[in-house]
Design a protein around this ligand. Structure first.
Ligand code: HEM
Ligand code: HEM
Length: 70
């Protein structure tokens, strides 16, 4: 997928998938069990995985409204 839209009550998150593939070059950062649907995907997973990485690297969005857009 080029861009993945993840619905959320406080506004959908538009995830630039291709950009992350090219930038990270490591599918396992998100796909622990191999490419495809992520069964655990949800608020807890995203805040841990997405926000967690952005916080750790000091790059990428970490504020609510940087990811959630109405
Ligand atoms: C979904 C492959 C890297 C996050 C998918 C899908 C595939 C895939 C085949 C299934 C849905 C679709 O294509 O429409 C890959 C490969 C990667 C990679 C081959 C490495 C080259 C990443 C990385 C992240 C990520 C690094 C996170 C930073 C996601 C998310 C979904 C997804 C959030 C949606 C999952 C769902 O709807 O359950 N990926 N991916 N992927 N990927 Fe990746
Ligand atoms: C940037 C979302 C997971 C590393 C971004 C951006 C968004 C985003 C919206 C801004 C893109 C832009 O400005 O063009 C997400 C979501 C994730 C996720 C929704 C989970 C599904 C991750 C993970 C990592 C990561 C797991 C690291 C392992 C980065 C980095 C940037 C970034 C380094 C900065 C790119 C730059 O400065 O050009 N992310 N991300 N992200 N993300 Fe993520």
């Amino acid at each position: 997928a080029d861009v993945v839209e993840l619905p959320a009550s406080m506004g959908k998150v538009t995830f630039p998938h291709k950009k992350h593939q090219e930038m990270l070059r490591d599918c396992t950062k998100c796909h622990e069990k191999g490419p495809g649907k992520i069964a655990e995907l949800g608020k807890e997973w995203a805040h841990r995985t997405c926000k967690g990485c952005h916080t750790q690297l000091g790059r990428g969005p970490t504020a609510c409204k940087d990811c959630h857009k109405k």
